[in-house]
Design a protein around this ligand. Sequence first.
Ligand SMILES: NC(=O)c1ccc[n+]([C@@H]2O[C@H](COP(=O)([O-])OP(=O)(O)OC[C@H]3O[C@@H](n4cnc5c(N)ncnc54)[C@H](O)[C@@H]3O)[C@@H](O)[C@H]2O)c1
Length: 314
Amino acid sequence: MSFSESVQRIAVVGTGVIGSSWAAFYLARGFDVTAIDPAPNAENALRQYVEKEWPILEQIGLSAGASRDRLKFSSDLQAGLKDADFVQENGPERPDFKAKFFAQIDAYTPKKAILASSSSGLTMDVIQAECANPERCVIGHPFNPPHIIPLVEVVGGAKTSEQTIEQAMQFYDAVGKKAIRLHKALAGHVANRLQAALYKEMLYLVQQGVLSVEDCDAAVSYGPGLRWGCMGQSLQWHLGGGPGGIRHFMEHLMGPLAGLMKALGDPQVDDTLRQTVVDGVLTQAKGRSVAELTADENQVLIGLLALREKNGLC
Ligand SMILES: NC(=O)c1ccc[n+]([C@@H]2O[C@H](COP(=O)([O-])OP(=O)(O)OC[C@H]3O[C@@H](n4cnc5c(N)ncnc54)[C@H](O)[C@@H]3O)[C@@H](O)[C@H]2O)c1
């Protein structure tokens, strides 16, 4: 039996922004889910969130046995973890807190379970430092919101076992996520670094007065961003190379591209630039609330993911 086949109950620890989305995702994939959060209104907020997002999860497609009734809630960490086969941790992002928190999670969870942290900014070396069983601890970093965006970045710490990493990769793949393995731990993992690299140049262009915030967003989302929704940049260059594909691209276009990389800018992030971005974003939003924009974006993302699957781009 593979590791994923042995998983029946998933504990989602911390039910804020990311934990709620993970809980909804795992319910939709047909698991028993125990959500754990000590905040006074956490259970109510989570149940409302799952209710609100369920239609979109139905639209994506529910797995056999998926049901909102399979959500249990506990405000007590020990009680909530006692029968977990897999833990997805989403607590506060503070190094001192997270290390002690993970040591507690490790102490309360059955030994065969894997303990995955959603942490965006901490390395597993820091998180597993105080655990009695650090070999079963791994980063499983999602991209927000995990009930819609497939990407999960998997990376261990020095004490994480190879078996844990392989089982975590296999588990995320089996539940329909797109898991990628990072062979080295880096601050911010990878996807956020890629966003930061692009945004650095966007801010530079805006600060230099080359174009407005709105047009800079358009330059991404009406151009390369549309293509990135289909395939990544290296595979795109294969198309950009014409019939000769990536080999032709490397011979004829990589040189100029490498030259352009040297000309990229370094913005000074000051109050004026921040205000310019705020003004530009609010102009683009045209009075639509964050919730409205999120709902609209989610619909487009679901459609895109379905089209990718239909066309074999997954
Ligand atoms: N927000 C994002 O876009 C995003 C994306 C990817 C990963 N992450 C990571 O996910 C984790 C959570 O981030 P968030 O944005 O959801 O934060 P959040 O502040 O929205 O949620 C944190 C939750 O943890 C709960 N909590 C506090 N103490 C707890 C305890 N002892 N036991 C159980 N729960 C407890 C809080 O009540 C809160 O509901 C962080 O590690 C973050 O780096 C966040």
